[in-house]
Design a protein around this ligand. Structure first.
Ligand SMILES: Nc1nc2c(ncn2[C@@H]2O[C@H](COP(=O)(O)OP(=O)(O)OP(=O)(O)O)[C@@H](O)[C@H]2O)c(=O)[nH]1
Ligand SMILES: [Mg+2]
Length: 399
């Protein structure tokens, strides 16, 4: 699972990435601060199952706080994208190619309207961020079209001269984008080109198809960043009206970073996603820090309910990709050999079965699969049992 953080330059992508992963990334108020993609580990939050068993877990990866379990997910921060990127403008194609492997995208926009289309600083509120959503969609569509066009003549010929059909040929050509053949079939239907020979597609039909491919292969959440600035409020309302099809999350990446850093230093108690924080030791804070924390509380948490960073990654993984979290466990034992209770939890794609889960834990478990057990109810489950979010599953296997 890889989540890509995208957007035009200077909107706060690296700040968001850093707030999510606490991995260092260069940040500054000018375009193209980031050139090479940064990769790090962020966390999605789920309600842990440990309290249902009356125990406390010891995660091997990630962490658990007050029954909220944070499960690792890989995150990538890439260079900013400007209009014309698919033709190589800005850092153009390099950026786009970094995105191939992403399962979903978080599109960071500057909701305060203080950066123009090239990411240059302008008077807050003077640039309309509604433009940025359309522009990014288009850049991605044209980028996909570029990948198709590279081999269009060859694909058309193969369709005519071999037994291979369109879906098969196109899914091979687009395989790097993480799109499946059934998704390609859906995209062909949605763009109404499923009955037309590749040779006869016009430019308009190609772009319509690419749009469908983009929606299927790179589902997107919109992070309306810099919501701490007064100009953002009205823009966020307009964005929600203009794009009802998107999940739009008000975000203050900068605030999340400040809160996480303060929590790390022991100044405050704060768990990512919280709607408030608690000052642990008021004496430890200087006047500037007090003011910064008060600002965040008043202008972000009280208005929007959280800094939004955690909500974005959760929305990408659970609402857009529809993944579920499943815990391996045993009816008689929830700990591993080292005594770690519920040490693992796996993020599984939708429609995963008990057998898929066995495969995910270990190939041999799937090969010698006998049955699965729902550890919460102790009910036996077959190989094709459809897993549910927060299931705890034991796999019984032979040798
Ligand atoms: N007010 C406010 N400013 C922010 C926020 N997040 C980022 N910024 C500022 O926006 C500027 C750009 O931040 P970066 O994280 O470097 O932006 P980027 O999108 O990675 O920029 P490039 O790498 O140049 O594309 C910096 O001055 C940040 O301090 C936020 O939530 N609120
Ligand atoms: Mg950056």
């Amino acid at each position: 699972m890889l989540i890509g953080v995208v957007g035009k330059p200077n909107v706060g992508k690296s700040t968001f990435f850093q707030a999510l992963t606490m991995a260092p990334a260069q940040r500054a108020n000018y375009p193209f601060t980031t050139i090479d993609a940064n990769r790090g580990v962020g966390y999605v939050e789920i309600e842990c199952v440990d309290k249902e068993f009356g125990i406390r877990c010891n995660p091997r990866h990630g962490f658990c706080e007050n029954g909220r379990r944070f499960v690792p997910v890989e995150v990538m921060d890439v260079a900013g994208l400007v209009p014309g990127a698919h033709e190589g403008k800005g850092l153009g194609n390099k950026f786009l190619d970094d995105l191939r492997q992403a399962d979903a995208l978080i599109h960071i926009i500057d909701a305060s309207g203080s950066t123009n289309e090239n990411g240059e600083p302008v008077q807050p509120g003077s640039y309309d961020p509604v433009n940025d959503v359309k522009f990014l969609e288009e850049e991605l569509d044209y980028w996909i079209k570029g990948i198709l066009n590279k081999n269009w003549a060859k694909l058309s010929r193969l369709e005519k001269t071999t037994s291979r059909d369109k879906a098969n040929l196109l899914s091979e050509q687009l395989s790097g984008l993480k799109i499946s053949q059934p998704e390609i079939l859906d995209a062909l239907k949605e763009s109404e080109v499923d009955e037309k020979d590749l040779e006869s597609w016009n430019e308009n039909e190609k772009i319509k198809f690419c749009r469908s491919v983009r929606k299927a292969s790179k589902p997107m959440v919109i992070a309306a960043n810099k919501c701490d600035m007064p100009a953002a409020k009205e823009n966020i309302e307009r964005l929600k009206k203009a794009f009802p099809e998107y999940i739009i999350v008000p975000v203050s990446a900068e605030s999340e970073l400040v809160l996480k850093e303060a929590a790390k230093k022991g100044m405050i108690k704060y768990t990512p996603g919280d709607s408030e924080f608690e000052v642990s030791n008021p004496q430890q804070l200087n006047e500037k820090q007090v003011r910064a924390l008060e600002f965040i509380s008043k202008n972000v948490l009280k208005i929007y309910g959280s800094t939004g960073v955690q909500r974005c990654i959760n929305a990408a993984v659970f609402d857009m990709l529809k993944y579920i979290a499943v815990f391996p466990g045993g009816v008689s034992k929830l700990a591993d050999a080292e005594g770690n209770v519920l040490p693992d939890v796996f993020l599984m794609p939708p429609k995963s079965t008990a057998l898929d889960f066995a495969e995910r834990i270990h190939k041999d478990m799937a090969k010698h699969f006998i049955r699965a057990i729902d550890v919460k109810t102790k009910r036996a489950l077959g190989a094709d049992y459809a897993l549910k979010h927060r299931d705890v599953i034991e796999i019984v296997f032979g040798r």
